[in-house]
Design a protein around this ligand. Structure first.
Ligand code: NAD
Ligand code: GLY
Length: 383
């Protein structure tokens, strides 16, 4: 095993996701990519992996991971997919699975997802279905993937009917988070990931939201030492929260649905915007979370001041916080509601929402009348 350098070791933190035989570790540290080969090898049945990445990440991080895998004696083949949300579809899934099979991978060959949530989700799904199930390892390189999508085993693709509607629960064997990779991430992508960070404060940890109000700007824009420390603290806090939720409810029979705060609205916005650069997933979640607070306030469940505070934080950070930031004349309340009705969270034809009693106090309900949602959407579209 290659020795991690001293600096990486000094900053290394581990979080365990406790799922019995499917338990795994999340390692968080700066510069972890350089020692990834040895850690990966320790989880492999045979010293062979197929690394899946995208066209933006490959030129940035392939050489470092290759070197580390070579040093550890792990054989590696690479598949590079086009960057972007549109890659998470049947066409690219089929191509990916065909490429893996033509490489003559075996059941004991593991897949490694090097990239953001798109690469993690499609690679995890390919791992779940190829040869009836391969091991896979996540190396998340976006903030969104480091705090959310790489942990918990939700994998899948989008379809024309909606977001993430085809997929499988398939846990990774290991998550390796190198916080340094965030230094090359576009500011807009970092902010979109930040929305998922805020989610953890809003759904169950009011003190963390207070901390984000103080430190969010440092995390996104600060000088290197303070910025790194803030990122590290946020990533570890989010991963601990997610690990606990997933360990308690792996397949979303109950409380895991809290992680969908803002997503019922957010997925409808993404579908309406066409899954492209016009609206990133995290941006949709930012607006969706503000809408969940607005709906809660309209229903008298949460003080209106709390919704204002959430909107203000999103705006302070430079995130979109209102539908009017993206809607054009083709958008309608009926259209958005139709997208929401296709969401996975519909039970018996009823929309399921994550609503709030306040910051840090979210709950799940199927008791929201469609007329209330329509009224909110109409008012929001009217500006
Ligand atoms: P992404 O994977 O598209 O990455 C965003 C962009 O950043 C891409 O262009 C990518 O090439 C680029 N990039 C990635 N790492 C980089 C780096 N270090 N430096 C420079 N560029 C880099 O998007 P995302 O925001 O990471 O993930 C969004 C996806 O995650 C959505 O499809 C969403 O549905 C999914 N998601 C899944 C879960 C889950 O539990 N599985 C949870 C939340 C979100
Ligand atoms: N991102 C939602 C979940 O993992 O359940």
């Amino acid at each position: 095993m290659t020795a991690p350098d001293k600096q990486a070791l000094a900053c290394l933190s581990s979080i365990d996701v406790d799922l019995g035989q499917r338990s795994y570790r999340i390692e968080v540290g700066e510069g972890l990519l350089d020692s990834a080969g040895g850690v990966i090898k320790s989880r492999l049945v045979q010293p062979r992996v197929a690394v899946i990445t995208d066209s933006n990440v490959e030129p940035l991080y392939r050489a470092r991971l290759e070197k580390s895998l070579d040093q550890a004696g792990v054989d590696h083949q690479w598949i590079v997919l086009p960057a972007g949300e549109r890659t998470k579809d049947f066409f690219h899934l089929r191509r990916l699975v065909d490429d893996l099979l033509f490489m003559r991978i075996e059941r004991s060959t593991a897949l490694v997802a090097l990239g953001g949530g798109v690469i993690g989700d499609i690679t995890g799904f390919a791992a779940a279905i190829t040869l009836r199930g391969l091991d896979f390892i996540q190396i998340p390189t976006t903030l969104l993937a480091q705090v959310d999508s790489s942990v918990g085993g939700k994998t899948g693709i989008n379809t024309t009917a909606g977001k993430n509607l085809v997929g499988a629960f398939h846990q990774p064997r290991l998550v390796l988070t190198d916080t340094q990779t965030l230094d090359t991430l576009a500011h807009r992508e970092l902010l979109a990931g930040y929305a998922e960070v805020v989610k953890y404060g809003l759904l169950g940890d009011g003190a963390f939201f207070d901390w984000l109000e103080e430190n969010g700007r440092v995390l996104v824009n600060g000088n290197s030492i303070a910025k790194n420390e803030a990122r590290r603290h946020a990533i570890i806090t989010c991963c601990r929260a997610k690990a606990a939720i997933v360990a308690a409810d792996e397949r979303e029979a109950g409380q895991r649905a809290l992680l969908n705060l803002g997503h019922t609205f957010g997925h409808a916005l993404e579908a309406q915007a066409g899954y492209g650069d016009a609206l990133l997933h995290g941006e949709a979640v930012a607006i969706g979370m503000v809408m969940a607070f607005d709906l809660s306030a309209r229903l008298g469940l949460c003080p209106a001041g709390q919704a204002d505070r959430v909107r203000r934080h999103m705006a302070d950070m430079g995130l979109p916080s209102h539908i009017k930031h993206l809607a054009d004349s083709s958008w309608s309340a009926d259209g958005l509601l139709a997208h929401m009705s296709l969401d996975k969270k519909v039970i018996g034809g009823k929309l399921n929402f994550v609503l709030v009693r306040g910051i840090g106090d979210a709950f799940i309900t199927g008791e929201v009348e469609k007329s209330e949602v329509m009224a909110l959407l109409k008012d929001a579209l009217a500006g």
